[in-house]
Ligand binder design. Structure first.
Ligand code: ATP
Length: 337
């Protein structure tokens, strides 16, 4: 029903051609190759891990059916570890095209912010050339920053706490951006994250990690940095998965203790990740990025209480009112601009 917005997916850009001519030559900088007369419209959903970005993106892409989703989670870009990295399962994607979600071969080395800028930039050009709306969704703010800024310097880490904020994060963006920021009060989010890790284990995360285990692997790059891999590599070093526990080993209290320790480390690291991601989002906001905050706290409170009562109806109602409806309003306004 929102098809009629598709003709408004482009917006006149402010004298970008003159900017290009005036810019001094700088070989290290990656500058958008061609300055179009109009900037393409892009919708970006930011938020900490577990904040419901994927769900919202699919719902919006379903309501605005000319949309396609581009993943901006630096770990989910790789093929493999679908449960551990929490990729949205196929049956929940509602036939919405997803790009850079499990497309990259992890054996080809690290997929860098520069790689993301180039690949996602090409995908955006392709999507907009078909007069469709790109929706960028994922928790890696370094990727989102690399993709969106007009001038990107691969050498500088703008989220490095020691660098000066005002000079590092530019608000000069190469697309016409609409940002939705999924925000949840931290105590509620962390309670939800602990539960999510338990659910991931119920879905077979240990078997996935056991298959992925390599005794001599270096966990410093790419997919091997995923939360879960280093934590369980330590466990598998002591209790190798190939051997498989016999009955006596299965109930070995030392083994059980090490297992509980590994799960706890994953929970701690997931909450730490969420905290760091929120810090980075606040830095983007302070740098002048127009992030429109959607407070999903009540919806997450409902999911935590309603599941113990055996139903998700309350969650769905609160989610619609507090998250989906305000988001739809913002996107409609953006597309009409
Ligand atoms: P940083 O500068 O810390 O790398 P970033 O913004 O580039 O931050 P984040 O998305 O915050 O990237 O990811 C940082 C780390 O968090 C990853 O290296 C990985 O260990 C973990 N991580 C991120 N996303 C996932 C995921 N989907 N599954 C598992 N671990 C993840």
């Amino acid at each position: 029903q929102f098809h009629h917005y598709s003709h408004t997916l482009f917006t006149p850009s402010s004298s970008s051609a003159t900017h290009t001519r005036r810019r001094p030559h700088c070989p290290r900088m990656e500058i958008s190759p061609s300055r179009h007369r109009r900037k393409d419209k892009v919708l970006i959903i930011v938020g900490a891990t577990g904040s419901g970005k994927s769900r919202l993106s699919v719902e919006l892409a379903t309501l605005f059916p000319y949309s396609e989703i581009i993943n901006s989670d630096k770990i989910q870009v790789y093929r493999g570890l679908d449960i551990t990295t929490n990729k949205i399962p196929f049956h929940q994607r509602n036939n919405v095209p997803h790009h850079l979600l499990g497309d990259i071969d992890p054996s080809h080395g690290e997929f860098s912010p520069s790689d993301f800028r180039r690949h996602a930039g090409d995908i955006i050009s392709d999507i907009t050339s078909r007069r469709k709306l790109p929706i960028i969704v994922g928790g890696s703010n370094s990727f989102i920053h690399a993709l969106l800024v007009e001038r990107f310097d691969p050498e500088s880490n703008v989220f490095d706490e020691s660098s000066s904020l005002s000079t590092s994060i530019s608000s000069d963006l190469r697309y016409k951006c609409c940002f939705l920021w999924m925000d949840i009060s931290f105590p509620v989010l962390s309670e939800y994250l602990l539960k999510r890790v338990d659910d991931m284990f119920d879905s077979g995360m240990v078997n996935e990690l056991a298959e992925f285990y390599e005794p001599d692997a270096d966990n410093q790059t790419g997919l091997r940095k995923a939360i879960g891999v280093p934590e369980f590599d330590r466990f598998f070093k002591q209790y190798p998965p190939q051997v498989g526990p016999d009955e006596s080993e299965r109930h070995n209290p030392m083994r059980e203790g090490a297992y509980i320790e590994a799960v706890k480390a994953i929970k701690d690291n997931t909450c730490q990740l969420a905290k760091r991601q929120i810090g980075k989002i606040l830095r983007l906001k302070r740098a002048g990025w127009d992030l429109q905050r959607i407070d999903a706290t009540e919806a997450f409170r409902a999911v935590l209480t309603s599941e113990s009562n055996g139903g998700g109806e309350e969650f769905t109602g609160v989610w619609k009112k507090q998250v989906l409806e305000p988001s739809v309003k913002i996107v409609k306004r953006f597309l009409m601009e």
